[in-house]
Structure formats: structure tokens, C-alpha cells
Write a protein that binds this ligand. Structure first.
Ligand SMILES: NC(=O)C1=CN([C@@H]2O[C@H](COP(=O)(O)OP(=O)(O)OC[C@H]3O[C@@H](n4cnc5c(N)ncnc54)[C@H](O)[C@@H]3O)[C@@H](O)[C@H]2O)C=CC1
Length: 484
């Protein structure tokens, strides 16, 4: 079978070659080549931006009635569900995540298009009272060409999360996938074209982040940037955006706390705690990797978590294991250094040895790590690892737990596990994070509520109606009409 090749898409042009050569993407479970892709250089970046500009400035999208835009978005969502199996299989191969998580990605992506398809004709302005001789109102207009810089952890879903509201608002978009996971981005673009989206509205630029990504972020033809990824790269993108003064939506990392009180129902809470740090091998921005646990139940919780996670089966994403590999051997090297650090900063109860099963030998696998005896000041508890390592920290008093949870450079999400609603709400209101989960953690098909962080976790909100604000500008219209 020939290896699939991912092109660059600039308007109606499908470019199989880019001026920065050819990249390869591999299955992190086996090392097998999944696809090659054209890497964009300056010429292709210019072409994609010009196509988006032209589609936005001169194309039909902005002039269509909003409900008609909504219908196209709905059709995109339907096509995603029709191709669910195919997209999920490709995603699991390219990213290593278990198949069920890839199905979730597709289902969630379809929900984004349903949700924002329904919102397209509800983007109202406001009327503003200036007195009887005046009429004043605001109109919501699309911001223009929106650049979406996508990380490798949820490539399909994170494209949908940003692109659906951008299109609903009337924007044109350019997608820059991560070089580790370019495959399903092209499926996304193909679906958009098939659903009848006019040419040039969705463009695809694969390539090296520090080259093609940087060229795009600096490009004067780009009006807005939505970025998800690491803090250092996010800061570079902000500098690039500042060079032409465009706004950004930044969804950066996290070191999210989960607070487990002694009165919690452990049968219910512990699977949630485990899922909170193990999903996609811990490679999730909102992974709940710091567990503050009331001291009286500390040992029981550690024992039960140990039993639960040491039984987990590892395997290739496509085989839908309990946990897949990390994204790459290079990233495994980074994560392994944290396992070493954990040994010096506390006690590493699980995760010290790499899996020895010959079936896993060629993949970027690690075992889940459980760390006790480290403080909240330890690097293992402060830095985003993007691997499956949980640091368990005991507390005696809820205020201590709140202070510990807040004592972090990040502020993305938090989880609280308790049967006492007064405590749950009291703790929740004191946490400096963008989202609080009570007796829950993580995701369903919940596209309706806003998501985003405090502090170094970024700013701006994805999801929900709030996300639309990033893709709109407000124009005020004021009329003076004195009655003679
Ligand atoms: N918050 C999140 O969801 C994510 C956080 N991360 C964190 O980042 C660490 C490193 O992962 P990376 O893949 O290197 O993520 P990254 O943050 O460097 O890359 C994210 C995206 O930005 C692009 N990019 C890189 N340099 C750029 C530049 N100068 N200008 C414009 N775009 C650029 C990349 O090509 C990719 O599409 C991970 O170990 C993890 O800690 C990674 C992925 C997602």
C-alpha cells in the first residue's frame, strides 16, 4: 500500500509539495510510517494567507444569510459523524490515543459544528439608549482571517473547537497542525469542502512550527490567532502577534489540582481521579496531576489508586487499550526525566520501569506514575509534564488544600470530590482557575460551556457562546435624528 501524503491547501489549490521539504508522521506505538506531508515555506504561507484573505474580503461567506452559513456548518458535523470510524482510526494511528478517545474527538467535533451552526443566526448586537433624538446600535462583524495553531494531543477536536465558531462568525481560517499529527487535519479540510464551504475559507498549512507557524503568526494578512500549546511557544506566538497588533486566544498548559475530601464516595471519586490524569497518557492540558487528599484517607487512597492503575493494559491506540503511548520517543525522554526527578523529590511508587513487553518495545510507552512524599513546591508538582504522573499531597484542613491548589503558576481547571455541598462550593469559589468540577472531572460532549484558564494557563475562552467573541468585532452605528 502506498503511504498517504498530506498536501497544503491554499484556496482551490492542493499543493503536494512545499518549499520546506517533506515531513513524516509515525504511529508512536510502533514507529510505523503513517503518512508524509508537504512542509510549507514562505511561498505556501503567502498563498494560504492570500486565499483566506480573498475568501474573506471578496467571497460569498460573509454575505450569505447567517442561517445559510449555519446549514453548511451542520452539514460538516453530519459528514464527520458519517466518517466517524475512518477518522477515529486515523487519529489513533497518528496520535497513539485509544480508539474510544478518538471516537470522542470526532463526536465532540461534530457537536461543535452543530452548536455553532445553530448559533450563526443568533449573533446579535445591542441597541443603546442615547435619548429620543438618537438611535444607536451595535453590529457584530467577523474579525477576518483567523489562524488556528493546533497541538498534537487532540488534533481533530481542537481544529473543530476553534474553526466552528470562527466560521459561524463569518471568518476565513488557516489551520496550522502540529508536525507530529497532520493526518486528520486534512480529513477535516476535505469534509469542509465536501459540505459546500466556499474555496479559501478553510486553508491548511503543514510545516515546522518554528518556521511555517512563525511566518503565519507574523503575517500581516492574519487578523486573529487562536493558539493551543505550551507556554514558551505561546509566548513566541504572542510576540509574533504583537508585531502586527492582532488579538490572540491563548489556551496554554496546566497543572490542575484535584481535591479529595474524606467524606467523598471513593468508589465514585477514584475512577474520576485516575481518568483525570491518565487520559491520553496524561497528554491533556487540563490533566488533574496534583491530588490533594485529606490526610485521614491518604493511605487508603494511595493503596486503591496503586491497585487500579498498576492493572492498566498498555497498547497501540488502534487496539483501544487502557492507555496508549506518548506522542513520540523524544517526548518519552522528557517524561522519563520527570520520573527520575520524582525519585529525588519524593517516592515514586509506580512507573519507574519502562514496559518490557516485546509488543511495546518499539513504542513510546511509559507506565502510569504515582508519587507520594513530594511537596507542592517540588518541580514534579509545579511543572507541566504532559505524561501520566500523579503527585499525591496530603492536607489537614480545607484552607490548606485551597492554598496548595492555588499555589501554582497555572490556573486551568480543578476538581473537588466531596459529599458536602457547602464545602464543595466554598472551595470552588476560592480556586483561581477557569473551571471547577465537583464530583466530576474532564470531558463529555460538553461543548456548551466556556473553557480557558487563569494565570499562565492563558486567556480568552474556547467553547460555548463565549468563544464567538474572539472571532467578532463590534461596530457601533450612531444616528442623530432631531425632530425639527
Ligand atoms: N496546552 C496543551 O494542550 C498542550 C501543551 N503542550 C505542552 O507543550 C510541550 C511541548 O509540545 P510541542 O509539540 O513542542 O508544543 P508547542 O506548544 O511547541 O506546539 C504547539 C503548536 O505550535 C506550533 N509552533 C511551534 N513553534 C511555533 C512558533 N514559533 N510560532 C508559531 N507556531 C509554533 C507547533 O508546530 C504546534 O502546531 C508538551 O510537552 C506539553 O507540555 C503540548 C501540546 C498541547
Amino acid at each position: 500500500m502506498t503511504t498517504p501524503h498530506i498536501p497544503i491547501v491554499a484556496g482551490d489549490k492542493i499543493l503536494n509539495e512545499g518549499s520546506d521539504g517533506v515531513g513524516e508522521t509515525h504511529d508512536p506505538a510502533t514507529g510505523a510510517l503513517v503518512a508524509t506531508f508537504a512542509r510549507a515555506g514562505a511561498a505556501e504561507v503567502d498563498m494560504a494567507v492570500a486565499a483566506a484573505r480573498d475568501a474573506f474580503d471578496n467571497g460569498p461567506w460573509r454575505r450569505m444569510r447567517p442561517f445559510e452559513r449555519g446549514r453548511v456548518l451542520h452539514r460538516i458535523g453530519e459528514l464527520m459523524l458519517e466518517r466517524r470510524e475512518e477518522i477515529a482510526a486515523k487519529e489513533s494511528q497518528d496520535s497513539g490515543k485509544p480508539l474510544r478517545d478518538s471516537y470522542w474527538e470526532v463526536d465532540c467535533s461534530a457537536r461543535f459544528f452543530e452548536f455553532y451552526g445553530g448559533a450563526a443566526d443568533k449573533l446579535h448586537g445591542a441597541s443603546i439608549p442615547l435619548g429620543p433624538d438618537w438611535s444607536d446600535w451595535t453590529v457584530k462583524e467577523p474579525i477576518g482571517v483567523s489562524l488556528h495553531i493546533i497541538p498534537w494531543n487532540y488534533p481533530f477536536q481542537l481544529i473543530a473547537r476553534g474553526v466552528a465558531p470562527a466560521l459561524a462568525a463569518g471568518c476565513a481560517v488557516i489551520i496550522k497542525p502540529a508536525a507530529d499529527t497532520p493526518v486528520t487535519a486534512y480529513e477535516f479540510v476535505k469534509i469542509c469542502r465536501e459540505a459546500g464551504l466556499p474555496d479559501g475559507l478553510v486553508n491548511l498549512v503543514n510545516g515546522r512550527g518554528s518556521f511555517a507557524g512563525d511566518l503565519l503568526a507574523r503575517h500581516p494578512g492574519v487578523d486573529q490567532i487562536t493558539f493551543t500549546g505550551s507556554v514558551p511557544t505561546g509566548e513566541r506566538v504572542l510576540v509574533a502577534a504583537a508585531s502586527h497588533a492582532v488579538p490572540c486566544n491563548m489556551e496554554l498548559g496546566g497543572k490542575s489540582p484535584q481535591i479529595l475530601l474524606a467524606d467523598a464516595d471513593l468508589d465514585r471519586a477514584l475512577p474520576i481521579v485516575a481518568g483525570g490524569f491518565l487520559t491520553h497518557c496524561g497528554q491533556v492540558c487540563n490533566a488533574g496531576t496534583r491530588l490533594f487528599v485529606e490526610r485521614s484517607i491518604h493511605d487508603t487512597v494511595v493503596e486503591r489508586l496503586h491497585a487500579r492503575i498498576s492493572a492498566m493494559k498498555l497498547g497501540a491506540g488502534i487496539d483501544d487499550p487502557d492507555m496508549g503511548p506518548l506522542i513520540s520517543a523524544a517526548h518519552r525522554g522528557d517524561v522519563e526525566r520527570y520520573y527520575e526527578l520524582a525519585k529525588s523529590e519524593g517516592e515514586l511508587l509506580l512507573g519507574a520501569d519502562l514496559p518490557s513487553d516485546p509488543g511495546l518495545a518499539r513504542g513510546a510507552f511509559v507506565r502510569p506514575g504515582l508519587v507520594v512524599g513530594a511537596t507542592n513546591q517540588a518541580r514534579i508538582a509545579r511543572e507541566e509534564i504532559f505524561g501520566p504522573i500523579l503527585t499525591v499531597i496530603p492536607f489537614d484542613d480545607v484552607h490548606e488544600a485551597v492554598d496548595g491548589a492555588n499555589d501554582s503558576p497555572f490556573g486551568l481547571v480543578a476538581g473537588i470530590h466531596t459529599s458536602n455541598i457547602d464545602k464543595a462550593l466554598g472551595i470552588g469559589s476560592r480556586l483561581r482557575v477557569g473551571q471547577v468540577w465537583i464530583n466530576a472531572f474532564g470531558v463529555g460532549l460538553d461543548v456548551e460551556f466556556p473553557f480557558g484558564g487563569y494565570k499562565l494557563s492563558g486567556y480568552g475562552r474556547e467553547k460555548g457562546l463565549e468563544a464567538l467573541a474572539a472571532y467578532q468585532q463590534t461596530k457601533n452605528i450612531c444616528i442623530h435624528h432631531p425632530l425639527a
